[in-house]
Design a protein around this ligand. Structure first.
Ligand code: GDP
Ligand code: MG
Length: 141
């Protein structure tokens, strides 16, 4: 098992609901350390670049509009298998399909407004961390 770093975003819906603290508590209770964080209100250009992998998908425009609809909280999480652990905490993309007790089951409204983002693999984690925190390492040890 490896210590990994992953990029997490608390999306505009969850920031607006005032649940940043509750979501941070879940990261910490799961043994993930918040080693960098910043609040930002993304521009259309930034959101489009960040989600460039989805640019051909039918939901791309809605996704970008949603991500720039209000401030987001962006963090790097570090810990044992942090990438998979964060995805487990998040739950399925569609909150209706997310397991009970996951962040999306508890705080998300819809597949558009689904509370959190998390990197899905070491390669995407590296790219996403560099996007928001240039100069940071992905693996610590
Ligand atoms: P994630 O890794 O679980 O966030 O899901 P994806 O990487 O597949 O998609 C990125 C984001 O696009 C999701 O978190 C959703 O907000 C949005 N999204 C994905 N699939 C759909 C869809 O079928 N319809 C809509 N409206 N949004 C979607
Ligand atoms: Mg994804």
């Amino acid at each position: 098992m490896a210590i990994e770093r992953t990029l997490s975003i608390i999306k505009p819906d969850a920031v607006a609901k005032n649940v940043i603290g509750k979501i941070y508590q879940r990261f910490e209770d799961a043994g993930l350390k918040i080693i960098a964080s910043k609040m930002a209100h993304l521009s259309e250009r930034e959101a489009g670049q960040f989600y460039a992998v989805h640019k051909e998908r039918p939901f791309f425009k809605d996704l970008v509009s949603f991500m720039i609809s209000g401030p987001v909280m962006i963090q790097v999480l570090e810990g044992e298998s942090a990438i998979a652990k964060n995805r487990d905490l998040m739950g399925a993309t569609d909150p209706k399909k997310a397991d009970a007790g996951t962040i999306r089951a508890d705080f998300a409204e819809s597949i558009d407004a689904n509370a959190v983002h998390g990197s899905d693999a070491p390669e995407t984690a590296a790219v996403e961390i560099a996007f928001f925190f240039p100069g940071m390492n992905v693996y610590t040890r």
